[in-house]
Design a protein around this ligand. Structure first.
Ligand SMILES: NC(=O)c1ccc[n+]([C@@H]2O[C@H](COP(=O)([O-])OP(=O)(O)OC[C@H]3O[C@@H](n4cnc5c(N)ncnc54)[C@H](OP(=O)(O)O)[C@@H]3O)[C@@H](O)[C@H]2O)c1
Length: 291
């Protein structure tokens, strides 16, 4: 069986839908804190094994993982100290339950010292996985392209795309595309020990993305960079993200400005056999009601 954590989450859903689309739902077990959610019930009705799971409860995690050969542990949105402990709990539960192969979504250029969640969560988790003796795959995700359209209605209404980063170029990839590649790694006979960096085939600046939005959505959009130190307040004020979470975005924004995400990797194509969608193709899909 293949285990995927956090079934109600957006990335988890992209992975699950890709496994279902491949006709492998009968090999799928999903973990969730809410087995009664409409999506969890829909999955159960399709024959997916829906299991109560919570990274904060090691015993529950261990029973949720029983009989699973491979497990994808998706980090949560808790504070960084909690997230790291959750990941370590999941890893320990995997070992106790006899899971053979662990898959972990990490972050692009996880060595960038500026990025707090890489320094405090992803790198220590990667290291713990490498030290665990379990077979593993690490998927270093570029920034989700979805982040550029999370406030699309506001962007189109005001004609301004507010983001940090100055004129630096950045690697992106669409979350739905990452669901496809993670599902491939989970479903195939994946060798242990690979660390993939998943990016589109080129990088983009904020201005380029704004120009592309103007063309795709047929409305003028200009890019306005927000200073790294101001970005958490912007996100809290406009998107409702608690300051406790958003304040850790300063480092990520500084890394973006410094060009730490200005890198391209062929790994996505190596996993899936095809390139990920371009930014333009992603925006067109959003315009047409997809993701
Ligand atoms: N590369 C990027 O640009 C980028 C951007 C955003 C996020 N991310 C990463 O992707 C991850 C997932 O993002 P997302 O957009 O899918 O987030 P999301 O939609 O908020 O989903 C997070 C899921 O985590 C699960 N969860 C929460 N607490 C848990 C716990 N104690 N134990 C087990 N599962 C728990 C929940 O699933 P249930 O309710 O089913 O339990 C929740 O639905 C983030 O944490 C972050 O690491 C990367």
């Amino acid at each position: 069986m293949i285990f995927v954590s956090g079934a109600n989450g957006q990335f988890s859903r992209a992975v699950i839908e890709s496994i279902l689309a491949a006709g492998r739902g009968n090999e799928l077990a999903v973990g969730t804190r809410n087995v009664d959610s409409p999506f969890a019930q829909e999955l159960a009705a399709q024959g997916v094994s829906v299991r109560h799971a919570d990274f904060l409860d090691p015993d529950l995690m261990q029973s949720a993982l029983e009989g699973c050969a491979k497990a994808l542990f998706i980090p949560t949105y808790d504070t960084n100290d909690v997230r790291l402990q959750q990941n370590l709990n999941a890893l320990e539960a995997a070992r106790a339950a006899g899971v053979g192969h662990v898959v972990y979504p990490s972050f692009i250029n996880a060595e960038s010292p500026l990025v707090e969640h890489s320094r405090l969560v992803h790198l220590p988790t990667e290291q713990a996985i490498r030290d665990s003796g379990l077979a593993f795959t690490i998927l270093r995700h570029a920034l989700y392209a979805d982040v550029m359209v999370s406030d699309l209605q506001d962007t189109l209404a005001t004609g301004v795309l507010h983001r940090p980063g100055g004129e630096a170029r950045c690697a992106y990839v669409a979350r739905a595309d990452l669901g496809i590649s993670a599902a491939q790694v989970l479903m195939r006979d994946e060798p242990s020990g690979r660390t993939y960096s998943e990016t589109m085939e080129r990088t983009y600046s904020g201005s380029e993305i704004a120009d592309m939005m103007s063309e795709v959505f047929g409305r003028p959009v200009r890019y306005q960079s927000i200073a790294a130190v101001d970005w958490p307040h912007y996100v809290t004020e406009h998107w409702g993200v608690p300051l406790e979470i958003s304040k850790s975005m300063v480092g990520t924004s500084l890394a973006l400005e410094a060009g730490d995400f200005d890198l391209v990797s062929p790994d996505y194509g190596e996993i899936t056999g095809h390139p990920p969608r371009t930014m333009r193709a992603f925006l067109e899909s959003v315009r047409d009601g997809g993701n």
